[in-house]
Ligand binder design. Structure first.
Ligand code: EPU
Length: 417
C-alpha cells in the first residue's frame, strides 16, 4: 500500500488548479442511467470513487470511453443490481437506486453500512421512495425497490436535509407521473448541479438551491453534454494549506462563491482571501487567530472542511471550539493530530482546540477522506517527517494531491511499499 511522506516546514507559493468536484461527478454519472444513449461529461476528476462508480455502472450494462472527458452510454442498461462488493467501498453507490427504479421500475442495491464518520443510515431515501409509490423490502443486506407500474408524484418532507437523499429522490421523481414537491431538501451546490443537468436532459425541476424543489414528471430524458463544476472542498483544502504555511497561493478554477461560510472563518483566522474572477489568492502574513466554527448544511460551514480547519486552529493563538452537527463521529483525526502535538479535547460533538507553537512529524493514518487530508496539512507545517498510511482514502477524493502540493513547494512524495 502507498504511503505519503512529507518533510514539513516549507512555505507554499504559486498556483494550483482545482479539479472537477467528486460529489458533483458521482450523482451526475448516476443520472446517465436515466437517458438511453450517450452522455458526454467533461472535467471528471481522476479519483478512486470515480473508478468505483464506473465499475458500478458497467455492472448495470453502461459502457465508457475516455477519462477526464468521458462518454457514458446507457443504451444497453441491462441489470438493476448494485452489489455489496462495490457499495461497501463507496457509500455514494446508493445513488443508483433512484435512477434505476425510475428507468427500470426496480432496483436491488446493497444497504450501505455505517462508516468511519457515523452511522449514516439511508432511511430518508427509502421513506421518500415509498412516498413515490415504490415498494421497499430489506432482505439479506439488500434494498429491494419495486415499482412495476411506475412512480407517482407526491409531497415529500425530509426530516433533515440529506445531500445524496435529495439527489436520489430527484433522479427518481423526474419521470414520476404528475407533480412531486420535495421539502426541506439539501441546498448544496452539487444538488443544484444535478438539478441543472437533469433539466438539460429534459426534466422539469424548479427551486434548485432553495429548501423546496417542485418537479413535474416527464415521459423520458435524453442524453446531453455537461461539464462538472470545480471541487469546493478541494479548493478549501488548498486554501488552508496556504494559510497554514504562511504562504501565498493562487487557486485557479476556484468556486469561491460556494465557499462563503468557510472563507468568512478563514479571513477571521487572519488569512487574506482575494477573489478575482475564478482565481482566488490566499495569503497569510500575521499570526493565526482562533475562531470557533459549527458545521451545518449548506450554506453553512461544511462538515467536509472541519478536519482541515482544525489543523489551522491547532496553531492559532488561543482556544477555539469546533462543533460538528452533521456526523456524530467525525473526530477520528483528533487522536492522530494529538500524536503530532496538537492539544485537542473532544466533548460530545465539540472539539476544544488549544493552539500550540508547532506540530511535530509522526507516522499517522486516518480512517476517512477528509481526516486524511487534515493529516497531510498537519504534515506540511510539522517539524521533521510525517508518514501517512492508508493513502487510498486520499485517492478517493483528491486528484494528484502530492503533485499539486509539490508544485507549490511542499516536500512531499509517495512511496509504494
Ligand atoms: N441521514 C439520515 N438518514 C438518511 C440520510 C442521512 O439520518 O437517510 C443523516 C446522516 O447520517 C447525517 C445527515 O443526515 O447525519 C446528513 O447526511 P447526508 O445524507 O447529507 O450525507 P451524504 O449524502 O451521505 C454527502 C457527501 C459527504 C458530505 C455530506 C454532508 C456525497 C457523495 N457525499 O453525504 O461527503 O460530508 O453529504 O455534506 O455527496 C466527503 O466527500 O468526504 C463526504 C463524506
Amino acid at each position: 500500500m502507498d504511503k505519503i511522506i512529507i518533510e514539513g516546514g516549507r512555505r507554499l507559493t504559486g498556483e494550483v488548479v482545482i479539479s472537477g468536484a467528486k460529489n458533483a461527478a458521482l450523482p451526475c454519472l448516476a443520472a446517465a442511467i436515466l437517458a438511453p444513449g450517450i452522455c458526454r461529461f467533461h472535467n471528471i476528476p481522476n479519483l478512486r470513487d470515480i473508478v468505483t462508480t464506473k465499475k458500478l455502472l458497467a455492472n448495470l450494462g453502461l459502457t465508457f470511453e475516455g477519462d477526464s472527458s468521458l462518454q457514458v452510454d446507457a443504451s444497453n442498461l441491462a441489470d438493476h443490481v448494485a452489489p455489496y462488493e462495490l457499495v461497501k467501498t463507496m457509500r455514494a453507490s446508493v445513488l443508483v437506486l433512484g435512477p434505476l427504479v425510475a428507468r427500470l421500475g426496480k432496483a436491488k442495491v446493497s444497504l450501505p453500512g455505517g462508516c468511519a464518520i457515523g452511522a449514516r443510515p439511508v432511511n430518508m431515501h427509502l421513506k421518500a421512495l415509498e412516498d413515490l409509490g415504490v415498494s421497499i423490502k430489506l432482505e439479506h443486506g439488500y434494498i429491494y425497490a419495486d415499482a412495476p407500474d411506475g412512480l407517482k408524484g407526491a409531497t415529500i418532507v425530509f426530516d433533515q436535509p440529506t445531500v445524496t437523499g435529495t439527489e436520489n429522490i430527484l433522479m427518481a421523481a423526474v419521470m414520476a407521473k404528475g407533480q412531486t414537491i420535495m421539502k426541506n431538501v439539501a441546498r448544496e451546490p452539487e444538488v443544484s448541479e444535478l438539478a441543472g443537468l437533469l433539466n438539460q436532459m429534459g426534466a422539469n425541476i424548479v427551486g434548485a438551491g432553495g429548501p423546496e424543489l417542485v418537479i413535474e414528471g416527464v415521459e423520458g430524458l435524453y442524453p446531453v453534454e455537461h461539464t462538472i463544476m470545480s471541487d469546493r472542498i478541494e479548493a478549501g483544502t488548498y486554501m488552508v494549506a496556504a494559510a497554514l504555511t504562511g504562504g501565498e497561493v493562487t487557486i485557479k478554477r476556484c468556486p469561491a462563491e460556494y465557499l462563503g461560510a468557510f472563507i468568512e472563518k478563514l479571513v477571521k483566522s487572519g488569512t487574506e482571501v482575494i477573489t478575482l474572477g475564478d482565481a482566488t489568492l490566499v495569503r497569510r502574513t500575521g499570526p493565526i487567530k482562533s475562531v470557533d466554527i459549527k458545521t451545518t448544511p449548506y450554506p453553512g460551514f461544511p462538515t467536509d472542511m472541519q478536519a482541515q480547519f482544525m489543523v489551522l486552529m491547532s496553531l492559532a493563538n488561543g482556544l477555539s471550539v469546533l462543533s460538528e452537527t452533521i456526523f456524530e463521529n467525525r473526530f477520528m483525526h483528533v487522536s492522530e493530530l494529538r500524536r503530532m502535538g496538537a492539544d485537542i479535547v473532544v466533548e460530545g460533538r465539540n472539539a476544544i482546540v488549544r493552539g500550540q507553537k508547532g506540530l511535530s512529524g509522526a507516522p499517522v493514518m486516518a480512517t476517512d477522506l477528509r481526516a486524511s487530508a487534515s493529516l497531510v496539512l498537519a504534515g506540511l507545517v510539522a517539524t521533521g517527517t510525517t508518514e501517512i498510511s492508508r493513502v487510498y482514502h486520499l485517492d478517493r477524493g483528491y486528484e494528484h494531491i502530492e503533485k499539486k502540493l509539490a508544485a507549490l513547494g511542499a516536500q512531499i512524495s509517495r512511496i509504494q511499499e
